[in-house]
Design a protein around this ligand. Structure first.
Ligand code: SAM
Length: 192
């Protein structure tokens, strides 16, 4: 959608056009418009993302003059092994879609990460966990780790996608650990 367009953030959101921001060649990236709507709706002064991918969250925050802290396995941060480095007030969380899209050594070079940060990202990459149960366990370990790091009254927004393989549904929404209080986000439609 174009700049300046207002979206209403309801319990179901739709961004038919991705818009600008992030890198649309980084597969599985999300629309910057979703993040902008979250920032505006919750009046977020600072947003944190520990699986930032192509940097959509930073782009959205920058465009609204909001600060951000972004990390990823591709740039020295392993959520499976490292402590969450901040006391975040708002986390956006967008994990891999199981192994539908492989990130390490596909979207970026594992050798580069090894030489820059001293670890092989393929060993901790959630998108390289072959079995569904192992993936769910790792995904939920990351959820709980981030939830525990939140400041009192903090929020975490989670973007996941259900997947189907050989006609069978694997539901990340169903399997996702949901600590804290779930919020149904419905605001009045905004019209320009
Ligand atoms: C769906 S993508 C995020 C896309 C991002 N929201 C965007 O718009 O570009 C999931 C990300 O999780 C990262 N990831 C996978 N395992 C990780 C781990 N153990 N620690 C940190 N990041 C990890 C991948 O490198 C990938 O960039």
């Amino acid at each position: 959608m174009s700049e300046g367009q207002n979206h209403s953030l309801t319990s179901i959101v739709s961004y038919p056009e991705r818009g600008v921001g992030g890198n649309n060649k980084y597969r599985g990236n999300c629309s910057r418009e979703l993040i902008k709507d979250l920032i505006k709706h919750f009046k977020i002064p600072h947003i944190s993302d520990y699986m930032c991918g192509s940097g959509t969250i930073k782009d959205a925050a920058d465009s609204l003059g909001v600060s951000s802290s972004v990390y990823d396995l591709h740039s020295g941060f392993d959520l499976m092994k490292h402590d969450v480095p901040d006391r975040p007030g708002f986390i956006f969380r967008h994990p891999p879609y199981h192994n539908i899209i492989t990130y390490s050594d596909s979207m970026y070079s594992a050798a580069d990460v090894q030489s820059r940060y001293g670890y092989d990202p393929r060993k901790s990459d959630l998108s390289r966990i072959p079995d569904w149960d192992g993936f769910v366990k790792a995904m939920n370990y990351c959820v709980m780790k981030q939830f525990c790091a939140l400041e009192k009254g903090g929020r975490m927004a989670v973007l996941v996608g259900d997947i189907k393989k050989r006609g069978k549904l694997y539901s990340m929404i169903f399997e996702l650990a949901k600590p804290g209080t779930l919020e149904n986000v419905i605001i009045k439609a905004q019209h320009n």
